[in-house]
Design a protein around this ligand. Sequence first.
Ligand SMILES: Nc1ncnc2c1ncn2[C@@H]1O[C@H](COP(=O)(O)OP(=O)(O)OP(=O)(O)O)[C@@H](O)[C@H]1O
Length: 261
Amino acid sequence: MQQSLLEMRHVEISYGGEPVVHDVNLVLKPGEILGVVGESGSGKSTLIKAAMGLLGNQGRITGGDILYKGNSLLHMKPEALRKMRGPEIAMVFQNCASSLCPIRRIGDQLFELMEQHNQRNREKVIDRALDLFEKMNLSDGRNILESYPFELSGGMNQRVGIVMAMMLKPALLFADEPTSALDVIVQAQVVKELMKLRDEFGTAIVIVTHNIGLVSYMADKAAVMYQGRLLEYGATKEIISNPQEAYTQRLIQAVPKIRRG
Ligand SMILES: Nc1ncnc2c1ncn2[C@@H]1O[C@H](COP(=O)(O)OP(=O)(O)OP(=O)(O)O)[C@@H](O)[C@H]1O
């Protein structure tokens, strides 16, 4: 049987001692896409922050365990966890531009990132970046490397953020609302490009979104969160075609349908 890449077992997460995520159980296999959907405050981002070791001072995993490739992340030293971020587990945020330094060229930021992981061969770094830019439909990669973030559009910066996250070939990519700041046409393009990355590199993706339509389109598995609990979890097709919970039914019904004629 294929080993799971990420597993959450009865996970409880608290801020300031107050539990906000309760008893979450999930399994993600290599190359799978999991869509985590739910309303604001339901705990979606908290789940992925916990797996990245980025809960901050107030946040703690207060119950259960999170395993990556069979190893507990809870018992990992902060330094080991830091080393995993990038080459093993990477993250894309809602607004990648804000995590880029506005006054430094994209290329310099890329080299710095790679240097932190002991990859100092500039030619190799450029080759990898240009290849990824192309996969993300950014045709003029060399020009982008020379650009500052403010010179690029929101969609371009978002793609740059995804390229940055993919530079170290992570096995797992967390994407927290990666397209919600973009207009709908660019959203659709970025989603397709994310799926292409999964197909080409076998990267598993956990995508957090409010949009169950997006989950239906791209995710193999779906997790519906409500008030810190996993309300429904399973194969996306099953959940969309046969939702068990009234909340999931409402989410599906709320997706606008376009009728012509
Ligand atoms: N740093 C923090 N300190 C205290 N409470 C927090 C903190 N971050 C999140 N919370 C609380 O944890 C709960 C879950 O929040 P979380 O951000 O994970 O939800 P979410 O589903 O990702 O929401 P959104 O879609 O708005 O991003 C909420 O009640 C929120 O107020």
